[in-house]
Design a protein around this ligand. Structure first.
Ligand SMILES: C[S@@+](CC[C@H](N)C(=O)[O-])C[C@H]1O[C@@H](n2cnc3c(N)ncnc32)[C@H](O)[C@@H]1O
Length: 435
């Protein structure tokens, strides 16, 4: 009996078994591949390579406004403010390889205020020099494993830096990385908005406008207001470029490529001309103004210099106002007078009603003059940026405002402020009041 067994073992499994198992294995692989292809075909988007911004998500079919592009569960998720290091060290094989395939910049940038006291670079050093030590200290790795896995973990942390998204779920404030959602590029005229589904580590991508097949699907990376009640999308091009440096790229979206910055524009001085002159945003060191869009007037260098100096002075005052707003508790101490005063200065300085500062001040004026509690009024601006555009909103305010501010309020009342750049993305706005 034992001899028979030994003989069987030495001669190995019969060839028929090997062939059957081999065939089954190949069949399972082929089925898996077919299933993956079917799933991909059912998706409304595909991930493709681009010439200038790595991979991108592109619509495969027409997606209606408000349509769900995808719902995805995160590959890696940690509560906000908590180090991702232990989670990185405990990833499974599949999550590891998916993460490794994501975009990974050459350098991890310096500690950031958004990360608060838990800036990653405070733990691991600017270039990962303390990473090994931290992995061992927090018990994720033995000293030997630290030697082997160091470069892998360093890569994953750079992936984390470039791709992480923060949002609220049932579990609280989370920071997550996704396999597909992390492929969305940024645009200053986004057509997709990410929304938490409420489930832990889960996000949903919704189209904010109808998207035609072949068009890139983009989100807006900065989520927070830059000034109280002023979202990133309403900022001038140069300021947006500065904010985007956090992701280490120079935005090449359609809005950033336009040579004149429509959010920094002045009224045309020609009598009766309704046009405006916008600051050129083509990277010239000294700012100049493009000719008037309506009558073609070109300003002399000295006139341009004067307008730009006035703009700089008003911007300086906007920082003081922003400080006041941050300490505002309610409607009682809302600095409406300061808002009106600055509006008046902007009008006298020749700003167009489309200038970013006018848009901001007009939103503030609408909130500050509303009879509703501050959080409700500012939420109104957040939910519906149509509020400042409702006929009559500013006309009533103009009656009590200083004469110069009154002109701007009346001008704004005749216009739909949503016609301004970035406004098509209004579903992406979260103009919340941040005390
Ligand atoms: C979260 S990843 C987005 C997906 C990435 N393109 C990829 O290949 O996986 C962020 C990086 O994509 C690139 N990127 C995103 N939006 C861009 C834009 N509007 N212009 C240029 N580069 C962009 C930048 O390199 C940025 O750091």
């Amino acid at each position: 009996m034992t001899d028979l067994l030994l003989e069987r073992l030495q001669s190995g499994p019969p060839a028929a078994y090997v062939a059957t198992f081999g065939a089954l294995f190949v069949l399972i692989l082929a089925l898996g591949r077919q299933l993956a292809l079917l799933r991909q075909a059912a998706e409304k988007f595909e991930i493709v390579g681009t010439r200038d911004r790595g991979k991108a998500v592109v619509a495969r079919t027409r997606i209606e406004k408000g349509g769900v592009v995808l719902v995805e569960r995160a590959l890696l998720s940690v509560p906000a403010g908590v180090s991702p290091i232990p989670a990185v060290g405990m990833l499974g094989r599949r999550a590891r390889s998916l993460l490794e395939s994501l975009y990974c910049p050459a350098s991890l940038s310096a500690s950031r205020s958004e990360d608060g006291s838990h800036a990653l670079s405070d733990e691991i050093g600017q270039h990962g020099e303390q990473l090994r030590q931290r992995m061992v200290e927090c018990g994720v790795w033995s000293a030997r494993k630290a030697e082997v896995d160091f470069s892998w973990a360093w890569t994953v942390l750079r992936v984390w830096d470039a791709n992480k998204l923060s949002f609220m779920s049932r579990r609280g404030h989370e920071q997550c990385i996704f396999h597909k959602i992390s492929r969305f590029n940024h645009s200053c005229e986004p057509n997709v908005r990410l929304l938490p589904t409420g489930e832990p580590g889960e996000l949903m991508a919704l189209a904010t406008v109808a998207v035609e097949p072949g068009k890139e699907l983009c989100i807006c990376y900065p989520e927070r207001n830059v000034l109280p009640m002023l979202h990133f999308l309403h900022l001038p091009t140069s300021w947006r470029r500065h904010v985007l440096q956090r992701w280490q790229f120079h935005c090449c979206c359609a809005r950033c490529k336009v040579p004149a910055d429509a959010t920094r524009c002045f009224r045309c001085p020609t009598a009766e001309c309704p046009g405006s002159l916008a600051v050129r945003a083509d990277g010239l060191e000294v700012s100049t103004l493009a000719p008037c869009g309506a009558c073609g007037l070109v300003l002399q260098e000295e006139e341009m210099r004067q307008l730009l100096a006035k703009e700089q002075a008003a911007e300086q005052e906007s920082h003081d106002l922003s400080r006041k707003l941050k300490s505002t508790k309610g409607t009682e101490d809302f600095p409406l007078e300061s808002v009106m005063e600055l509006l008046g200065k902007c009008w006298e300085a020749g700003f167009s009603v489309d200038h970013w500062m006018c848009f901001w001040l007009l939103s503030l004026a609408a909130v500050g003059s509303s009879e509703r509690p501050l959080n409700v009024a500012s939420y109104g601006v957040a939910r519906s940026t149509t509020m400042p555009a409702l006929p009559g909103t500013f006309r009533a305010l103009a009656e009590t405002a200083p004469a110069s501010a009154g002109s701007l309020l009346l001008a704004a009342d005749r216009r739909n402020l949503l016609q301004r750049p970035g406004a098509s993305t209004r579903l992406c706005l979260y103009l919340t009041f941040q005390p």
